[in-house]
Design a protein around this ligand. Structure first.
Ligand code: HPA
Ligand code: ZN
Length: 337
């Protein structure tokens, strides 16, 4: 496993499911709190970590939104993104499509321009310093109204060259994809690519995945492991070449296990399944840790792990040439390691 662990760390990776706000480590929360004069209800970063006792999506989200309160200035968003990119470089992430949640900031009075300005400046510096190319995906909060979602989409239009796609996250219970049908139609018409969270084992999980595929016409599915329960749906997902962005460490802490076995079954079915990190500061694992968890739980070897990494190259929203450049790097690694 020591060997396999090094192989995993060095594997050139694409990260397709990471929430930038979910990379906010307790140590950085304390630094930003001090800088911004915010009081935290914990004595130390370790105390804060110990208080992360979630057991489902709702209890995780409560911590996640509370934690963001320390993010106030353009520099804060810059520091957050740059720290993530430095950490991702240690796992040999070569390319990342990164979620951000503007409503979690505009809703508490932080201007959209402050959020995207800091993130974009760090993306440029991060590419130069760490060699990681990145794009942003703007997520809509599904437990807010469609009207607020539409207003946020319109607010994003002046920044459209900085945003590759639109996603849907937050609490899925009672908030199906179709609640945002009109918003996502408009987003597509504006030229954005589309993805949506279909978190594991949510009420009507398979129905939500069907809505994503049939009604919304997504270009990717975030999580989506419950598709395995419906053979026809799997065939449609495969036929459309849709990537599925599974996050084993996140699944493990949110309840119901890592779903690593489902990742392997999806791989066997020829689905474009990928492994990602979701909210690594909360779920205790960056992308290499997620690959390791799959290997430990299923016995997956080099060839399966390579295929997961290949799937991620194909599931990116890069051009054919962009995907091929990443795939060539991966094949070179496979030959030489
Ligand atoms: N699911 C839904 N919403 C989220 C998540 C997640 O895993 N992470 C951050 N927002
Ligand atoms: Zn997520």
């Amino acid at each position: 496993m020591a060997d396999l662990s090094a192989f995993i760390r060095g594997l050139p990776k694409c990260e397709l499911h990471v929430h930038i706000e979910g990379t906010l480590e307790p140590e950085m929360k304390f630094r930003l709190a001090a800088r911004n004069g915010v009081e935290l209800p914990y004595a130390s970063a370790d105390d804060m970590r110990k208080a992360y006792g979630f057991n489902d999506l709702t209890s995780f989200l409560k911590m996640y939104y509370e934690g963001m309160d320390v993010l106030r200035t353009e520099q804060d968003f810059y520091d957050l993104m740059l720290a993530y990119l430095e950490r991702a470089a240690a796992d040999n992430v070569r390319y990342a499509e990164i979620f951000f949640d503007p409503q979690a900031h505009t809703g508490r009075g932080i201007p959209f321009a402050v959020v995207i300005g800091g993130l974009a400046r760090a993306q440029m510096d991060g590419e130069i310093r760490f060699g990681i190319r990145t794009r942003l995906i703007m997520c809509i909060l599904r437990d807010q109204t469609p009207e607020y979602a539409m207003a946020t989409l319109l607010e994003a239009l002046p920044y459209r060259e900085r945003i590759l796609g639109i996603g849907l996250d937050s609490d899925e219970r009672g908030n199906p994809p179709l609640k945002f049908g009109e918003v996502f139609r408009r987003a597509r018409a504006e030229g954005f690519l589309l993805t949506m969270h279909c978190d594991p084992d949510q009420p009507d999980a398979v129905g939500h995945i069907r809505q994503c595929v049939h009604d919304i016409g997504v270009n990717r599915i975030d999580h989506g492991v419950n598709a395995i329960e419906d053979r026809l749906l799997c065939e449609e997902i495969k036929g459309r070449g849709l990537g599925l962005t599974v996050c084993p460490c996140s699944n493990r802490l949110i309840g119901g296990g890592s779903k690593a076995e489902i990742v392997m079954r999806m791989l066997d079915l020829g689905l474009r399944v990928t492994v990602n990190s979701d909210d690594p500061a909360y779920f205790g694992g960056y992308i290499a840790d997620n690959f390791r968890l799959v290997a430990e739980e299923t016995g997956a070897g080099r060839e399966a792990l390579l295929q997961l990494a290949r799937n991620a190259c194909e599931a990116t929203w890069l051009s054919r040439a962009g995907k091929d450049a990443l795939l060539a790097e991966l094949e070179e690694y496979a030959r030489s390691s």
